[in-house]
Design a protein around this ligand. Structure first.
Ligand code: UN1
Length: 477
């Protein structure tokens, strides 16, 4: 990928008013390409293009929508090697994980290709004689999709695919750090035959393009994934401007390891959940809450295995943990390691690493001997850093797990069915994982959280219909 990559508005690439380089975090000498940055005027052009396309697309047949999404899924899958390499280069995920994410994006399009064809309405008699009531789902309109850098193809896919499946037009505003996958995805949708204006791409700054989408009276809904601070501000503005809104934000996900856990399972679940994808997942296990009987054995094994994880260039086949996404995030990670140390944690790992290429490499870190009230146990870090909290028993472990403002994902490792049932019931989280990592979710089932983690209906699977369509109740006499 070289040269300038332009924004897509109304089915055409539009001239760039500003461009920014997309730098590989594994190798700062590698520029993935130059990407356009839109101004507010171009964001408004995209909104107008989506509005103009809406009457046609909202009345398209289920077959037309199914065919478009199916073709897009096929093209993504065919190009998985090339797209996986692009993702690994721009975001820093190791190539196998990056390619896995591309395949997941293809699967998402294939799943949503079936959605327009699945029945969605109800018909029932009225309480009044001679009257029927129909409950149907209609497209919402023009939807602004604001996506983060950590899943640069899967998250745009799981917002664009249901938006289109249910007859909406959309404007994608990808994260500034990862425009490449978004650009490639929108180009594939054009190639697959998306009518002009149905999908628009407006790369640029959140404070310019994101704000334009949130403020515009011609945008009917916003789906956002990103930080708590931005999500809350977006949700508040959407309320004021009368928009439907869905925000997936932070997590401080607990993984509870109980005395009777299988140690091999618990250690591999913790390693994967806490450190894979460089811990840059809102579903990452950042608090490992371990009961007394297994604490020392668990920490000992986890420490040893964590220190063998190979950190390196995302395209190196031996790499298990890629770089941190950028300098700012790396600094935030190092700051939290220092804060944990100052708060009294024993810090294992966590040094900045040198590699043959200049990049943002950080050795994973385990913070041992932490207390639930420490900042490292309350604030989302978003790096390869996990803290360990010792709990006296199941009751205390559960209380600690729930004692944060977030509630996205939560895990428990146990061999007891009764304990698993109890934690499944009582963990305050949108998703509970038993003997599985807190991160790494299926694409055909609901995704989302509770408390400070989420606002609005769930994403993904059949539940996506709740956000991307609007219910109409018709009375026929
Ligand atoms: C996953 O864990 O498979 O931004 C998905 C995030 C989430 C997606 C996590 N929205 O990390």
């Amino acid at each position: 990928m070289t040269g300038i990559h332009f924004n897509w508005v109304g089915g055409c690439e539009i001239p760039a008013v500003d461009v920014a380089p997309n730098i590989n975090p594994s190798d700062l000498a590698d520029c993935v390409g130059e990407f356009a940055r839109a101004d507010a005027g171009q964001a408004h052009e995209a909104i107008a293009a989506a509005r103009a396309a809406f009457p046609g697309w909202s009345r398209s047949t289920p077959q037309q929508r199914a065919d478009l999404l199916d073709r897009a899924g096929t093209l993504i899958h065919e190009r998985r090697a090339q797209l996986g390499e692009l993702l690994a280069r721009e975001e820093g995920k190791p190539l196998n994980e990056a390619t896995g994410e591309v395949i997941r994006a293809a699967q998402i399009f294939k799943f949503f290709a079936g959605e327009p064809l699945r029945p969605g309405g109800e018909l029932m008699p009225s309480v009044r004689p001679g009257v029927d009531v129909e409950i149907s789902h209609e497209p919402v309109g023009v939807i602004g999709l604001i996506t983060p850098w950590n899943f640069p193809i899967a998250i745009p896919a799981w917002k664009i695919a249901p938006a289109l499946a249910f007859g909406n037009c959309c404007i994608l505003k990808p994260a500034d750090l990862t425009p490449g996958c978004a650009h490639a995805l929108v180009a594939i949708l054009q190639e697959a035959g998306a009518p002009a204006g149905v999908v628009n791409l407006v790369m640029g700054r959140g404070s310019v393009v994101g704000d334009a989408l949130v403020e515009s009276p011609d945008v009917d809904a916003i789906s956002f994934t990103g930080s708590v601070q931005t999500g809350r501000a977006i949700a508040a503005r959407c309320m004021q401007t009368g928009k439907r809104v869905q925000c997936e934000m932070g997590g401080k996900n607990p993984l509870v390891v109980l005395d009777d856990a299988d140690l091999d399972t618990a250690v591999s679940v913790a390693l994967n959940g806490a450190f894979f994808s460089t811990g840059q997942r809102c579903t990452a296990s950042s608090r490992l809450i371990v009961t007394e009987g297994v604490h020392d054995a668990f920490v000992d094994r986890l420490r040893r295995e964590m220190l063998t994880l190979r950190v390196g260039h995302a395209l190196d086949p031996d790499t298990q943990i890629g770089p941190v996404v950028d300098e700012r995030q790396l600094q935030q990670d190092l700051d939290y390691i220092a804060i944990g140390h100052a708060e009294g944690a024993e810090v294992i790992g966590g040094s900045r690493l040198d590699a043959p290429t200049a990049g943002f490499f950080l050795q994973p870190a385990l913070l041992v001997g932490t207390a639930p009230g420490m900042r490292v146990n309350r604030e989302e870090i978003f790096g390869p850093i996990a803290s360990v909290i010792r709990a006296a028993d199941d009751d205390e472990a559960l209380a600690i797990a729930n004692d944060v403002e977030f509630g996205l994902s939560a895990g428990v490792c146990t061999t007891s069915l009764a304990r698993a049932r109890r934690f499944k019931r009582d963990l305050e989280a949108g998703m509970v994982m038993v003997n599985l990592p807190t991160a790494g979710v299926d694409y055909h089932v609901p995704f989302g959280g509770r408390k400070g983690s989420s606002i609005g209906p769930r994403e993904q699977g059949g539940y996506a219909r709740q956000f991307y369509s609007i219910v109409k109740t018709s009375y026929v006499g």
